[in-house]
Design a protein around this ligand. Sequence first.
Ligand SMILES: [Zn+2]
Ligand SMILES: [Zn+2]
Length: 820
Amino acid sequence: MKPLPKEFDVLTIEKRWQKEWEKMGVYRFDRKDKKRTVFSINTPPPYPSGDFHMGNVLNWTYFDMVARYKRMRGFNVLFPQGWDCHGLPTEVETEEFYKIKKTDVPPDKFRKLCEGFVNKYIAIMKDAIIRMGCSPDWTTEYRTMDPDYWRRTQLSFILLHKKGYIYQGTHPINWCPRCETAIADAEVEHETREGTLHYIKFPLANSKEHLTIATTRPELLPACVTVAVNPNDERYKKFIGKEIHVPIAEKKVKIIAEDMVNPKFGTGVVMVCTYGDKADVQSVTKHHLPVIMVITETGKMNRSAGKYAGLTVAEAKKAVAKDLEKQGLLEKTEKLQQEIGVCWRCDTPIEILERKQWFMKTRVLTEAVENAALDVKWYPDYMKARLIDWAKSLDWDWVISRQRVFATPIPIWYCAKCNEIILAEPEWVPIDPKLEKPKIDKCPKCGSSEFVPEKDVLDTWMDSSISSAVHAGWPDNADWHRLFPADMHPSGTDIIRTWAYYLMVRNLALFNEKPYKSCLINGMVLGNDGTKMSKSKGNYTAAPDILNKYGADASRQWAAGGGATGSDIPFRQPDVEYGWRFQRKLWNAARFTSLLLEDYVPAKKPRLELLDKWLLSRLANTIKKASEAFENCQFNIVIEEIRNFTWHEFCDQYIEAAKDRLYKPDVYGKESREAAQYTLYTVLYKTLQLLAPVMPHITEEIYQTMYKDTIKSQSIHSTSWPPFDESQISEEAEKYGALVMALISQIRREKSENKMPLNTPIKLLTIYAEDQKNTLILNQAANDIAGTCKTEKIEIIAKKDKGKPVEGYDGVHYVAEYQP
Ligand SMILES: [Zn+2]
Ligand SMILES: [Zn+2]
């Protein structure tokens, strides 16, 4: 066996193996191999933002560990890697960088500018993923902005359309006036902000009386279509059915009864506007009220707002309040904390507008989503409620069209004459209707040959929510069902309501099948102050800083051990440092082993001594616990078990105790030395294997130097996971091994407490053990005890109550006599 060098440079080692693995092709999925069971991971295609943060480190470490563990378990692992390229942030960046608006240049030119940013950021993030020691199969790399991926997204749109899941309609939708696009419920974030409650007098028709309405949105008065009270509110019962004047709007509306009105909010009288919120939408549908839109797509008041036309919403709010005050109709104002919906991308308060959009029917699938979610194995289990609760909370279908540019085009045209919808045929895609005509001569309805392209594009979740089918090879590989549903879908808690949900609903509609069998959830990474990490708060740690200082293996140990799977995990640099020190400990133990095994030829199991059996039994227990924890995705337990075993039992206890046997075969015998060599060889190898999924680089480096010649596998990552071997478990060895270790560590502690070096010789060590069995065992381990404690002579006497007691072991005492 070759010796390991004393010094090692983590960063150099890591970079070298990252290159070698790619050259060796260790992580390739073998589509032709029909023997091994496949295990497919629905790797999230990240959004190329150029920023790889500690949250990504956590996420990627989780599923990379699973991929590595499953490979060692003998699975043919598909760990693909793609990039979810389209989207608003890149468009906004392009607009800002080139100082243009999306409409200033032709759409395909704007696309090209966006692609430039995406390619630059993909390169940065790909580098970070490799730098982390992740093991995707890079031959599978794809980009959702490529026509080949459009083809799949567009094909799925066509199939869903043909199945009746897609429809076009004018319905209220969430609208971001800054981004000028429709957005889905999942993209609306809720924030508490301060608003002003305006108490406005509404004069009753044909009466001197008035009712007061409290609203935060006086600018919507021109869009007021009715006034509502709760039918059980005694104060207002008598006004139901009467007419009332709407100030500013110069019109009268009817007062209606509505159960949804909360008598305790404001004055208990509310105005229904089109649209202030989702409750307004419900009232309009329920009571068949007219719709008056007063806000434009850019967030300004339109002509229906009369004299306020052209003002922004905020300006109109002020102007209306001022006018109300002049007319004596503003009773008072008060501040209030209210929850409002804002755009996920730009934090602008969203408006509810009516505009013609494309929708996917999702609410009809809520029950199917719930059943499928219950059928999925969740890690941790309680996370399934997040998906089910979200699905049940949705009151609108999924709006899938966006009024943007950098996204997959909707493969639709309209007949210029009769407006007939022309849906692309499956064999036409990929296609951009803005650049190409439909492949038919004339409109099937009216015969016209003039067509108008659909300019809207698809929500980017329409790209990524077919990922598991695309990874499996749909629609090109006839055997894609071998890999579908994905065996594991990894997801952050923040994207359960988007990615996990859209995948579920989309695949149930498309294939009548769930897209994944299990779901591995990671929490968010918190800053050292315990709140969500963010660049603006100063609690932010950039991933490259950590990776460049401590390397990937130490960072991965933090990710694995930071907390229970699914829970939010604070980023703690000391945890990374601990991982770094553990690496050093492992290296030193391996180096010691390599030096003492230079002459060792792996052979049959020799006759083992007590402490050898003890360590092998402890190892078998560790394998059992780590394997179980891996199966349940409890990574913190995995790393804790293996590190504790390695650091304390293997390095601190066994190696110290076995040193003399290894160094002095002339004193203790050749067979005794071989037993210790066998134990070191076996335990170190299996420990490296257990650690390989978490610390892929250093374990590979040690394996290649020390074990490759005898084990013959090209990489430690191609070896088989050590099986739990029950025959190695020995309760007796564990019980008595622990006694010997307790005795040794107590004597060592005594020396250091008395400020004596650990190698201070003991002239005579007398051990009193009343129990016959203890006496026998201690005699068997006398060599190791004497060697570790530097004892010249050792006597074991079957008597009780003399000397110092050994903690935790009744009836075992000792007396150590030092040189005078
Ligand atoms: Zn926005
Ligand atoms: Zn037509």
